[in-house]
Unconditional design. Structure first.
Length: 147
């Protein structure tokens, strides 16, 4: 079985980070993704609004560095879940569970963006892939790199 989703779009609002009862961070946001075609009777592309959820260190990363309007790439899997609303009716939601989230804006676009925590212009925050480590570290260029 294969369940892989890759999307590029813009955040419709700042990501919301919450914590579960066991203190696990979870971030949710919506991504506006343009379609690849234009209808014959219109000159504008249609846009889909996709719900995205990410967990743990990826959630903290998204909550810290991403803001409304930022262009991002999301890689993950499609998930459906059912739940009951306040009136007791069964509901179904389709969302992407993000494993990887990357910046997709150019440096010029990033400099115009109003960020919550500004990263230095010459060293922007790196794209982050979910794994067991929660630390970033800087590599020094001493000229003896093996590649």
């Amino acid at each position: 079985m294969l369940n892989k989703v890759m999307l590029m779009g813009r955040l419709t609002a700042d990501p919301v980070v919450r914590y579960t009862a066991s203190n696990l961070p979870v971030a949710s946001f919506s991504l506006a993704v343009g379609r690849n075609y234009v209808k014959k009777d219109s000159s504008q592309r249609e846009t889909d609004f996709i719900d995205i959820v990410c967990w743990r260190s990826t959630a903290e990363f998204v909550g810290k560095y991403f803001v409304k309007g930022a262009q991002v790439v999301v890689c993950g899997s499609l998930q459906t879940r059912t739940w009951q609303d306040k009136e007791g009716k069964n509901r179904k939601t389709v969302e992407v569970v993000a494993d990887e989230v990357y910046f997709a804006d150019s440096k010029r676009d990033n400099s115009r963006q109003d960020t919550r925590e500004a990263a230095p212009a010459n060293n922007p925050a790196p794209a982050y892939q979910s794994d067991e480590t929660d630390e970033f570290f800087e590599l020094s260029n001493d000229g003896d790199l093996p590649f």
